[in-house]
Design a protein around this ligand. Structure first.
Ligand code: APR
Length: 251
């Protein structure tokens, strides 16, 4: 595994050139992103500094059990996050991935993020593995409703059918949306280059897309820190999404 930090040194330039060459030759590129991709847009990661929300761990809030225990607390968290998403702007990393997609014929970006920043940056073929914070859905019937930056009013959590409105995202212990999962799996399996950006790669099954479905792809990790998969990828570009990804563009 080759490794270089993204401070512009010679090794970084050599490795970046290798990645650019691999991207140029690739028939198919797959990208897996996580919350670190949005860190430079001002959104906190889940497990980093500031990853706790008012002393609650994410697993306490993002789970059916947590929601059943205290739906107002859980919706307060999501409403704050939704407002932060709306205030945030895509960063140079999001922009670079959108630009990369425009230069390639077969490009799939699977994200664990629910902030819609990839779409706002112009990415088109985005697979949302963990859903999004654009809609709420009922826990009992098929009803859906959009919600905006003001969030879901806390006195409207109960739905008229007897269920409750919940965010349209995947919680711990729940299955990924089957269509999204299959699309991501197939794209990872046929990729010649896989970029893994800003994820600790500890939450499955999403993390498996980085290394489990393809033993022939050139896998590149972009992250300021070591992760669970750093030893298993072909190349680590140590640095932030906004700092490293623009270097992978050639035009
Ligand atoms: N650029 C790139 N990576 C960064 C940056 C940055 N500016 N800042 C931090 N990171 C890296 C961290 O080093 C870490 O490896 O982003 C990663 C964030 O990891 P997590 O907080 O675990 O977030 P993520 O991998 O997206 O979590 C996966 O867990 O709670 C669930 O559903 C939630 O989708 C989320 C899933």
């Amino acid at each position: 595994m080759a490794e270089a930090d993204g401070t512009g040194g010679g090794t970084f330039q050599t490795l970046t050139a290798d990645v650019i060459a691999a991207l140029r030759q690739a028939k198919s590129v797959f990208v897996l992103t996580g919350s670190g991709t949005s860190a430079e847009s001002g959104l906190p990661t889940f497990r980093g500094v500031g990853g706790l929300w008012r002393t609650h761990r994410v697993e306490e809030l993002a789970s059916p059990e947590g929601f059943a225990r205290d739906p107002v607390l859980v919706w307060t968290w999501y409403n704050e996050r939704k407002a932060a998403h709306e205030r945030a702007q895509p960063n140079a990393g999001h922009d670079a991935l959108a630009q990369l997609e425009r230069s390639l014929r077969d490009f799939t970006l699977a994200t664990q993020n629910v902030d819609s920043l990839h779409q706002r940056a112009g990415s088109r073929n985005v697979v949302e593995l963990h859903g999004s914070l654009r809609e709420a859905r009922c826990t009992r019937c098929d009803a859906r409703r959009l919600f905006d930056a003001t969030g879901l009013p806390l006195d409207e959590i109960d739905h008229s059918c007897g269920g409750r409105w919940r965010p349209d995202i995947v919680w711990f212990g729940e299955s990924l949306p089957p269509a999204a999962w299959h699309q991501a799996q197939e794209a990872a399996a046929r990729a010649d280059v896989i970029l893994v950006v800003g994820t600790s790669a500890v939450v499955y099954p999403a993390a498996a897309l980085a290394t489990h479905y393809n033993d022939r792809a050139f896998v590149v990790e972009i992250n300021p820190d070591r992760t669970a998969i750093s030893e298993r990828v072909d190349c680590v570009l140590t640095g932030t999404a906004a700092g490293v990804l623009p270097h992978l563009l050639t035009n």
